[in-house]
Write a protein that binds this ligand. Structure first.
Ligand code: SER
Length: 888
């Protein structure tokens, strides 16, 4: 049974039973604890916790959620069941049916015959586990379903009590396993062997709320949820693996074609060698995950989600190379996986070109990296060997990783090929240090301290009401105070604090717009707000300095937005929308947004595009933008459903969730329509002039436009004008003639420099006549050895030496020239043909000289050069040459 059909049967089964089919949410949801959606229940969390009512009348839903888990990335391809991307099919009951309903629904779908719409699993092969003391579930399995008691096993918290790993809903669970037979492991049920007994479905009886704690079994249970709920998750790829009778999840209908493509490209065969097979599976698994991440808007980068995508893409390329692929492979892998996935995800069709572009750009960049990194590696390896050691130090491995993005496994492999080992411990230490630094940096920047769990209580119970679209001032109550990462009851003058209010008029950084500045006031107390950050979607954290006075929890205060700040912030954000629209008008719709940032007076906009923009394109973008300003269009905001917004043609970045109310900001009708929560001007003319500063590259395939907005545009243009008039005055030319004048001047300068260089060369050559006269005879060889004036470069020494050598003609002759240039001591040896015939080797002479000047060098018999660091040794070095020549 094809995967697409497995999905359809699942949805049909539960829709027939009254569930609402909810489309998968984006892989990227706004949750401070999650990099990617990693379970089907994630989008439904607020309904389980009772924070929101589910928008489904039946109180039940079903979904097939895209999930990504990369913690086990090293396991991919080694076990038979680890996918970094997988589809979790689930049914959810919010206070409706509970254990019995969940068990019966699952059992029916698994064991009903294919004709009845089920999967037709043999009931004799199914086993289940329940939580230790969950007699109720065990009894349902035994009495209602008729499962023999010896196929119902009990496991503890780590296995059969499910939570998200962080505070949130949780509960005991019951897992369903399929016995794949003795070829896959030992007998004895899931508790004996979880490879032979493959888990296919987890039924979670979501009834409690989890508190702080660590891991799967070391946390506090805070108490019951408002209602008893059901959350189940069936692994679509595992079911596919079983129903298609294949050995592992990499060989199903969705991934196998990628393995086949990799066989063709690499010439290696799948199923012949264990290590190669792992590489084939890595390619298949990662190709799909990378494609789905790009589909949801992730672009390769150096941190967070972008870094995971980059790592996946690089592992694909590297694996393909190790299998023997000589040419580029990304095009084929991406096209293959898009073909297999499109039936279930039709939106891929509209994004094919973009997905390909992102993946191929990264491939090109990585191949370049490989090239330059390989060079650096070879130098480091040569150094190690020259010193007689056999271990590449951690610092070098780290530099390869840090500067060239070389994965450590690549360094390890190349080292092995070169007969070296790598100090991985030293490497790990440096990596750990770097990670700790990066983590501390990024979190400290945003939140002042690193642990986000401190905010959980307010996120769940006391979210902030944002009242700042219409008001710049609001009365509100202090509901939280944080000092140095600790909750406190009061704060005092001089302290840097974080303040949580029940309602705030200040905009919190999001959607590219940075947080408002403003003040919190009560009586004589003044807090200056330096930044406002959002935790999740609903909690505003105001970072502030207590300037005078103090305040405490429960105090009623006035929160005020700095009016001038907001005015300019609105201009910048609306200006960003205009730039985005203008960009699409000039470059076409493939220029997809990759990110943006705006703050009073300044904006930047990043977009996917592989080429640099021409000056003409930039000019057009600026022109279209300012025409839109001039049109004085009304700026409208509309609150609507996500589907409605998409139907209107609104451009959405990623991460919106089914059922969310979204805000559409529209400027000039179809000209600009975007999903956006930011603050905007009322009419486009209020944006003021937008002055484009330029465009640049920010990573592979992503370009950036920067611009000033409002008064800052004016100031920028005015400053440019002043600079221009300064240049015109200096050149004594009208400004329109300045470019030609400068071109003419630089041409003249070039010519003058050339003349000077010619003269210098002539002067240099004039010396060579004198040098010939300095020749003396040793052992029938004419030897010229001279120390030239300090500052003579290695290049000049070479030119001169060659010239003198030519002048020596048919004679046996050796020219040895040296100088001191700063701390360096360059030296050159040239030997005529006749001298070489006598057995003189310039390379050996250079080596002999090196000993006296603390230097090294090398070359061919007729010409060699070196560099040392001890000029005092030069006389002795000349002497050494004489000695060698005399002994020929
Ligand atoms: N939330 C559970 C899981 O992820 C069941 O959907 O396994």
């Amino acid at each position: 049974m094809q995967t697409h059909e497995i999905r359809e049967r699942f949805t049909n089964h539960f829709v027939k039973a009254g569930h609402v089919a909810v489309p998968s949410a984006s892989l990227i949801l706004d949750d401070p604890n999650l990099l990617f959606v990693n379970a089907g229940m994630v989008p439904f969390k607020p309904y389980f916790l009772g924070q929101q009512n589910p928008p489904f009348e039946s109180g039940t839903a079903t979904s097939i959620q895209k999930c990504v888990r990369t913690l086990d990335i090293e396991e991919v391809g080694i076990t038979t069941r680890h996918n970094t991307f997988f589809q979790m099919a689930g049914n959810f009951s919010f206070g409706q049916y509970f254990k019995e309903g969940a068990i019966k629904h699952a059992w029916a779908l698994l064991t009903n015959s294919v004709d009845e719409g089920g999967y037709g699993f043999d009931p004799e092969k199914l086993w289940v586990t329940v939580y230790l003391d969950d007699d109720e579930a065990a009894e349902i399995w035994e009495k209602e379903i008729g499962l023999p008691a010896d196929r119902i096993q009990r496991l503890g918290m780590a296995d059969n009590y499910w939570s998200m790993g962080v505070p949130g809903p949780c509960g005991p669970c019951s897992e369903i396993y399929y016995d794949r037979g003795p070829a896959y492991g030992k007998e004895g049920g899931p508790i004996a062997d979880d490879s032979r007994y493959l888990e296919i479905w987890n039924l979670v009886f979501m009834q409690n709320e989890r508190g702080e704690g660590i891991g799967k079994d070391n946390f506090e249970i805070l108490g019951p949820l408002p209602k008893k709920n059901i959350d189940t998750g069936m692994g679509v790829e595992r079911v596919a693996c079983l129903l298609q009778g294949v050995d592992n999840v990499y060989e199903t209908d969705l991934l196998r074609p990628v393995i086949d493509a990799a066989q063709k490209l690499s010439g290696s065969e799948y199923g012949k060698d264990k290590d190669s097979d792992i590489r084939f599976r890595v390619i298949a698994d990662h190709s799909r995950t990378a494609m789905m991440l790009i589909l949801d808007g992730v672009t390769p980068g150096n941190e967070g989600r972008g870094y995971i995508l980059r790592r996946l893409l690089r592992r694909i390329i590297r694996s393909a190379r190790l299998l023997g692929a000589q040419s580029k492979t990304m095009d084929v892998f991406m096209n293959t996986i898009m073909d297999t996935m499109t039936p279930s995800y039709p939106e891929i069709a509209d994004n094919r070109e973009r997905i390909l572009r992102v993946a191929i750009t990264e491939e090109n960049a990585f191949l370049k990296t490989l090239e330059s990194g390989t060079q650096l590696f070879e130098e480091a390896a040569a150094k190690v060997k020259a010193s007689g050691a056999s271990t590449l130090v951690g610092k070098d491995a780290f530099a390869l990783h840090d500067t060239y993005g070389f994965p450590i496994d690549l360094t390890l492999e190349m080292a092995a090929e070169a007969g070296l080992s790598v100090d991985t411990e030293g490497f790990d230490t440096l990596m750990a240090q770097q990670r700790a630094r990066a983590k501390a940096d990024s979190r400290a920047k945003k939140h002042g301290h690193t642990d986000l769990s401190i905010y959980r209580e307010w996120v769940d119970n006391n979210p902030t009401e944002f009242v700042g679209y219409d008001n710049l001032e609001a009365e509100s109550t202090i509901v939280g105070l944080i000092l140095d990462g600790e909750k406190v009851n009061e704060v005092h003058a001089g302290q840097q604090v974080e303040v949580i209010l029940d309602a705030s008029p200040l905009y919190a950084e999001s959607g590219g717009q940075i947080g408002d500045r403003g003040e919190i006031l009560v009586g004589d107390t003044v807090l200056k707000i330096n930044d406002v950050q959002k935790i999740g979607k609903k909690l505003w954290v105001h970072r502030a300095t207590v300037e005078t006075g103090g305040l405490g929890l429960g105090d009623t205060v006035t929160a005020q937005v700095d009016k001038a700040w907001r005015h300019a912030a609105r201009q910048a954000h609306s200006g960003t929308h205009l730039i985005h629209a203008a960009l699409r008008e000039v470059l076409g719709p493939t220029a997809v947004q990759a990110g943006s940032m705006n703050k009073p007076g300044y904006l930047r906009f990043d977009f996917n595009y592989t080429e640099a923009l021409t000056p003409d394109q930039l000019k057009q973008i600026e022109e279209v933008t300012n025409q839109a300003v001039d049109a004085d269009w009304a700026v409208n905001t509309i609150e609507t459903s996500l589907d409605e917004a998409k139907a209107m043609g609104a451009l959405a970045l990623f991460g919106e969730n089914y059922g969310d109310l979204v805000r559409v900001v529209e400027i000039g009708g179809p000209f600009s329509m975007e999903l956006c929560g930011g603050t905007h001007v009322a009419h486009s003319s209020q944006i003021g002039p937008v002055a484009v500063l330029g465009e640049s590259s920010v990573g592979s395939g992503v370009r950036r436009i920067e611009a000033y907005s409002g008064l800052d545009s004016f100031r920028y243009l005015s400053k440019e004008r002043a600079v221009m008039s300064g240049i015109a005055t200096a050149l004594k030319a009208p400004s329109e003639e300045v470019p030609d004048r400068i071109a003419a001047l630089s041409q003249k300068l070039k010519e003058a420099e050339k003349k000077i260089e010619d003269l210098r060369q002539a002067q240099l050559m004039a010396q060579s006549g004198d040098l010939i006269h300095a020749a003396h005879d040793i052992n029938g060889v004419r030897v010229v050895s001279v120390r030239l004036p300090d500052g003579t470069s290695a290049g000049d020494l070479r030119t001169l030496a060659l010239d003198v050598k030519n002048k020596l003609g048919e004679n046996a002759g050796v020219v040895v020239l040296a100088s001191a240039e700063g701390a360096k001591v360059p030296f050159v040896v040239a030997a005529t043909k006749a001298a070489v015939a006598k057995g003189i080797k310039s390379g050996d002479l250079v080596k002999a000289m090196g000993e006296y000047v603390d230097g090294r060098g090398g070359g061919k018999p007729d010409m060699a050069q070196g560099s040392g660091s001890r000029a005092e040794g030069l006389d002795a070095a000349f002497g050494a040459v004489a000695t060698v020549v005399s002994q020929i």
